[in-house]
Design a protein around this ligand. Sequence first.
Ligand code: ATP
Ligand code: MG
Length: 422
Amino acid sequence: MGLQAPRGTRDILPAERVYWQQLEEAARQILDRAAYREICTPIFEQTSLFERGIGEATDIVGKEMYTFQDRGDRSLTLRPEGTAGVVRAYIEHGLYSQGGVQRLWYLGPMFRYERPQSGRYRQFHQLGVEVLGSADPRADAEVIALALDILKALGLEDVTLMLNSVGDRGDRAHYRQALVDYLTPYAADLDPDSQDRLHRNPLRILDSKDPRTQAIVNEAPRLLDYLSASSQQHFEQVQSLLEELGIPYQINPTLVRGLDYYTHTAFEFQQGRLGTEGTVCGGGRYDHLVEELGGPATPAIGWAMGLERLILLMGDRPAVPSSVPHLYVVTRGSSAERQGLVLAQQLRHQGYIVEVDLSGSSFKNQLKRANRSGATHCLVIGEEEAAAQTVQVKWLASGEQEQVSQADLLSAAGRSRLFGEQ
Ligand code: ATP
Ligand code: MG
């Protein structure tokens, strides 16, 4: 067998990459307008960052990390998510000392050792935002509204926002006991992962995908009933702000992020068409993480979107064609070939898309390729045109053509007459 990409990874070929570009452009514009600034952190970090920043009791740290020793015998891990690295950079570069709120976004590959299936890969991409330095419920509403704007800009209107509050540490300590007391008599009926979590990280049991465990969990005490007055108030404010923004949501009391430093708001956007891989965006508040990683106490909230899942959903829709004229240069003879090359560069500098046929084949074959290329116009330079410094401009849609001097073609008036405004 020939060489293949590693299991769980995939190539993004040019035809698909068009959708990625649209997605990145739409997201960038929406985030720019909200004054979020891009941050890039390394693709690998010290393993201990993720152990501390995600938590030993999670699936990610427990069984999904790509961890290796480098030649200097350091333990490094390919990042499984973006928040830990962003928070590390925030602390390392003292971004908190700039005062106020830091609004950051990132986009890049993440790595998790999981069983690959549609919408679940070992290398995948996330777009994420982090707002550091605000405990205000308006920050929660803002990040949720921006996620929805991005999903809508991609044409994904039919998403459901699931919302919950996981309270603060104190609320969860009370709840944790009530949950363990409730689940213990059912311990033998829980799936093996959940049995394992019963004492290590019982909140994560709420998140189990196992139907029998889910049935048990549905009758469990609700974390929402254990919120303190101030946690309750934060949650109510987030809800009322979402209502003012006209953003519908469903409260889902079993939606959790099971770690100590996750606090208050937890949310997900789900899309039914993707089945069990239906979560396109997940996020929440993490008011204790910065402190946990050695920084000053800094409330924060963020989300991450799985881009492969968005692309799967966008794939049903035709890509928007570019509005820039696309010129295809066809030549014959060495003098024409040289002129074609120079002309192409000059037109590119004017902002046109210009593709030069390099095949050296017959005019007929070159024109066939021009038609297949998606070009709007063909520029034909044969031996006669080369001698006279002219070009045949051919409109590929109509087949009409016109002979013009090369100087005319390059002039502003000529260009706008032939190709439209640019
Ligand atoms: P899931 O329950 O689907 O495993 P998760 O809780 O592990 O999701 P997060 O860590 O919250 O996911 O990551 C945010 C988003 O990243 C997910 O909602 C999903 O869209 C995407 N994502 C997570 N893991 C993968 C993966 N292995 N392949 C593709 N996308 C992924
Ligand atoms: Mg997962």
